[in-house]
Design a protein around this ligand. Structure first.
Ligand SMILES: C[S@@+](CC[C@H](N)C(=O)[O-])C[C@H]1O[C@@H](n2cnc3c(N)ncnc32)[C@H](O)[C@@H]1O
Length: 444
């Protein structure tokens, strides 16, 4: 199959070390299961997850003599499925396990064949490394699941959602996916649906983006139980499975990690209420947070942006290029890429902001950047006149706060602690305003 086709189907196979980690978690999950254990692996690919599960169960003697496995594998790609079936049947023959393990395979679209007769609430265990693909509103998978009020913005979250339906009560779902579903507005409806029924028991957060050979992605391995009772959650933070640095595991009360308003997760090292004198940025009185109001392509014509002031009415226009690496504003720049000012007449009044002092934070960061947050204080040289901020910035406005206060806040945002916090909060390189509101700072 052509590389393009592999990409389209999201065929990024699970590296062996991660498949072994999933099988370790799966063995724990089914330790107390009954005589016949029903297992499902949707988007089986070449059978990697089931192969390692069988191998671990066998080498560690974890399958009780009375227990049998009933395994269902399925994939949209018939070629991959044949590969998986051959590989798994060979394993059964070599290890003389044909009597105890039954494998059924189905070539199907896991999303568009929902609901499958007899699969609802059938499985004790579902393991998956689903395909990832952003879904537009016209995508067939999204339109199809809309009929069941289960549409979401990515194919992987739709796999998780359908998996939830096929899981028995108290059954376990173990998944390797991007971590974007844990946070952010796009996945809010999915999270509310999913976590009403599912509780995370353990979650691995990998900070390396190079888990898959040919895709850059921050991923998470989630062990979730179909149970609406949340127990303390084990959070394991590590760079990658291969990383020799010992993993960092913390057991955290669900109250501290799940924001019940939108079911977003605070999986950072420091959490609200852990330190008495800390407060979430968004809860500080007398500050206002928003994104910059000027979307260049929509709100401006090219000649509205100026390098030098040309007239009395030109006002400062602050862009990410005006933030330097040391937390300082470099404005006006001698050789800006875009410009330093804007013609006031070229922009609607609603896009302008009045005030004296602002803390600006870039909404985008690069993987190479030392710290995710790049920020600085901007002082309006003429507070009677408004200024304009580019939409690629987050802006904090201060009311009745001193420069000293703003400077202390800036130093905290640029600190290592905040960097660790924000990386724990979101796997994305974007600093979105809702995540920023959750950042903990000293309440001085
Ligand atoms: C990320 S790969 C994972 C393969 C394997 N489970 C592993 O862990 O190595 C995702 C698999 O899902 C399959 N797939 C993609 N879209 C699918 C769909 N709508 N229904 C079923 N399988 C699908 C792909 O063919 C691919 O084999």
């Amino acid at each position: 199959m052509a590389i393009q086709e592999h990409k389209k189907l999201g065929q990024y196979l699970t590296p062996a070390a991660y498949a072994k980690c999933i099988s370790k978690e799966a063995m724990r999950a089914i330790a107390n299961s009954s005589e016949v254990i029903h297992v499902l692996d949707p988007g089986t690919g070449n059978g990697q997850l089931i192969y390692y599960l069988l191998d671990s169960l066998n080498t560690q003697g974890r399958l009780k003599p009375s227990q049998k496995l009933d395994i269902v594998i399925c994939d949209i790609d018939g070629g991959e499925l044949i590969h998986a079936v051959t590989r798994l049947h060979n394993w059964l023959v070599v290890h003389k396990m044909r009597e105890r393990v039954c494998i059924s395979s189905f070539q199907l679209d896991f999303i568009k064949s929902f609901p499958i007769n007899g699969w609802t609430e059938k499985f004790d265990l579902i393991v998956m490394n689903p395909p990832y693909r952003r879904l537009s509103n016209s995508d067939e998978s999204k339109l199809y699941l809309n009929n069941f009020n289960m549409a979401s913005d990515n194919l992987y979250s739709e796999f998780l959602d359908v998996g939830r339906k096929y899981l028995k009560k108290k059954g376990f779902l173990i998944s390797l996916t991007p971590r974007s579903f844990l946070n952010g507005v796009y996945f809010t409806k999915f999270r509310i649906r999913f976590f009403k029924e599912m509780a995370i028991r353990r979650i691995y957060l990998f900070s390396s983006r190079k888990i898959f050979e040919s895709a850059l992605q921050e991923v998470t391995l989630m062990v979730a139980c179909k149970d609406n009772h949340w127990e303390p959650v084990s959070v394991v933070q590590l760079r990658s499975i291969e990383d020799p640095i010992k993993e960092n595991e913390t057991i955290i009360s669900p109250k501290l990690i799940v924001d019940k308003n939108d079911f977003s997760f605070l999986l950072a090292k420091r959490r609200p209420q852990e330190c008495k004198n800390e407060i979430q940025l968004g809860k500080i009185k007398d500050i206002e947070m928003h994104t910059g109001k000027v979307v260049q392509f929509r709100d401006l014509t090219e000649d509205a942006i100026l390098i030098q002031k040309t007239g009395e009415r030109d006002i400062p226009f602050i862009l990410p290029e005006h933030l330097d690496e040391r937390g300082k504003i470099d404005w006006p720049k001698i050789y800006p890429k875009k410009g330093n000012y804007i013609r006031k007449d070229a922009i609607r009044e609603s896009k302008l902001i009045y005030g004296q002092m602002f803390l600006v934070i870039s909404r985008f960061s690069t993987v190479e950047q030392h710290r995710r947050i790049k920020a600085a204080i901007f002082l309006n040289p003429n507070p009677k006149e408004p200024i304009a901020f580019d939409n690629k910035l987050n802006v904090i406005e201060f009311h009745n706060k001193s420069f000293f206060y703003a400077k202390k806040l800036l130093n905290q945002l640029l600190s290592k602690e905040t960097d660790v916090f924000i990386r724990g909060l979101s796997g994305s390189t974007q600093i979105n305003i809702n995540d920023l509101r959750k950042v903990l700072v000293q309440n001085f």
